[in-house]
Each structure stands twice: as C-alpha cells, then as structure tokens.
Design a protein around this ligand. Structure first.
Ligand SMILES: [Zn+2]
Length: 66
C-alpha cells in the first residue's frame, strides 16, 4: 500500500513504482497487458501520478489517493 505521507502529502516515486513495469504511453501499456499472462479480468493499465508513466494493476482497486 502506498499511502501518501500525511505531513508532506508526497510519496516517494522510487517506493511507489518499485518493482513495477513502467510504460511511456497508455497504449503501449494496454498492448503489453493484452499480450501478457498478466492480462485477466480486473487488470488494467493506469496512469501513475508518481512517475508520470503507466503501470499495470487492478482497475477496481483504484484509490483516490493523491
Ligand atoms: Zn510510477
């Protein structure tokens, strides 16, 4: 869980994105998602607010954390 720091409101990008595949564009992320074994119901590409790139994760678990 990567919750933002209550004091600074910031999340360290290196921590938030650690171990995640990063894609430059949403289209690329979606293409990789569809081709990989990672593709399954509930999975989706999403834009990362920490690094500005795109990661693959669960679409139904998206938190409104800033
Ligand atoms: Zn990221």
């Amino acid at each position: 869980m990567s919750l933002s720091d209550p004091l600074t409101g910031a999340v360290h990008a290196a921590t938030a994105c650690d171990g995640k595949q990063r894609f430059e564009t949403l289209r690329l992320a979606q293409q990789v998602l569809l081709r990989s074994k990672y593709s399954r119901p509930g999975r989706a590409a999403y834009r990362c607010q920490h690094c500005g790139g795109f990661h693959l994760g669960t679409s139904n678990r998206k938190k409104a954390a800033r």
